[in-house]
Design a protein around this ligand. Structure first.
Ligand SMILES: Nc1ncnc2c1ncn2[C@@H]1O[C@H](COP(=O)(O)OP(=O)(O)O)[C@@H](O)[C@H]1O
Ligand SMILES: O=P(O)(O)OC[C@H]1O[C@](O)(COP(=O)(O)O)[C@@H](O)[C@@H]1O
Ligand SMILES: [Mg+2]
Length: 320
């Protein structure tokens, strides 16, 4: 049976990553395994910054946002020779399998290691909710709460000033955060990457809203679709209403994880260790309809697509 495992966090940090590391470390120790933490994701793996963890290593972290192990973007990991060095480092420590907590990019890294014969388990950790094979990623719902509270605040001031508010939300190329925040924040318009964007139509809809008596409007837009400052200027020019753009930025990534994310992360951490002691490597973990599931990581990346939630989209359309 497997005796030594490693754990790392990679890509953009997400609230609940600490709870997931803690789940992996404590479950592994409870099962009699040795567990090693890797600092700063694949970068630390390459640079051999690896330390043995004990139960106290993960004390006082369950409530903290971010990741105490650190994270990194390390594009060099796409290079096979770099990954080979990482595997050599793992072998040197006698670490037989690695739990990777991260988003779609980190999953690619874990898939590549698995293809090179080194077994990995992927846990979905990203605010973007863009990982295949799971309904929710660790950190998504915490970030969603943050976005909603920002929208609430912007609503207060934009309604006081009869202004239009354009709010840019993270998500990379996934509109889940935008869609859900728009519904929960009572926004008038949600612009997401999964649907065509028609700027002229949007501006005319805003004009129509004003004609129908709207005193202010909230438009929520996923990043990378348009320049929200330019869009605001165009809306202001067409409507004659003051319009302000707000890019929420990295505040969305921080803060204490919600109860849901702490529980989800803890469950997934324990589940990852269960998979490894039962001889499963090369898997990625998800939660589907409340149940934990695991998929082949290579198949999940090559063949599973994130399905856009049409029902949510249609619901939003009736509420705006
Ligand atoms: N195609 C790939 N092959 C190997 N490693 C990758 C690949 N894509 C991403 N990675 C690794 O995963 C890291 C995190 O990916 P990134 O997309 O930045 O964040 P996330 O995992 O949160 O989506 C990258 O910095 C890189 O080290
Ligand atoms: O922190 P950075 O490097 O500026 O990256 C910002 C990106 O990271 C995210 O916050 C999280 O994305 P990942 O989980 O893919 O890392 C995206 O929503 C955003 O586009
Ligand atoms: Mg990603």
């Amino acid at each position: 049976m497997i005796k030594k495992i490693g754990v790392l966090t990679s890509g953009g940090d997400a609230p609940g990553m600490n709870a997931a590391i803690r789940g992996v470390v404590r479950a592994a120790l409870s099962e009699g395994l040795e567990v090693y933490g890797v600092y700063d994701g694949y970068l630390g793996l390459y640079e051999d910054r690896i330390e043995k963890m004990d139960r106290r290593s993960v004390s006082d972290v369950i409530n903290r946002g971010g990741t105490f192990l650190g994270s990194a973007r390390f594009p060099q990991f796409k290079d096979e020779a770099v990954r080979q060095k990482a595997i050599e480092n793992l072998n040197k420590h006698g670490i037989e399998a690695l739990v990777v907590i991260g988003g779609d990019g980190s999953y690619m890294g874990a898939k590549c290691l698995t293809e090179m014969g080194y077994p990995c388990i992927g846990l979905p950790g990203t605010i973007d909710n863009d990982v295949p094979g799971t309904d929710y990623t660790i950190g998504y719902l915490t970030a969603l709460n943050c976005v909603i509270s920002a929208i609430d605040r912007l609503r207060d001031t934009s309604s006081s000033h009869n202004r239009i508010s354009v709010i840019e939300v993270m998500g990379r190329y996934c509109g889940d955060l935008t869609m859900a925040a728009a519904i929960a924040g009572g926004a008038e318009y949600a612009i997401v990457p999964e649907k065509p964007y028609d700027e002229t139509q949007l501006i005319e809809d805003v004009v129509k809203g004003i004609k129908n008596g709207k005193k202010h409007s909230i438009i929520v837009v996923t990043e990378h679709i348009t320049d929200v400052h330019q869009l605001s200027k165009k809306i202001e020019a067409r409507t004659g209403r003051e319009t302000r753009a707000t890019i929420l930025g990295h505040v969305q990534r921080g803060g204490a994880p919600t109860a849901f994310d702490r529980v989800l992360a803890s469950r997934m951490g324990v589940y990852a260790v269960d998979l490894l002691i039962n001889g499963h490597g090369g898997r990625c973990v998800g939660v589907v309809s409340g149940e934990l599931v695991h998929h082949d990581i290579i198949d999940a990346i090559e063949n599973k697509r994130r399905v856009f939630d049409e029902e949510l989209y249609l619901t939003a359309a009736k509420l705006f």
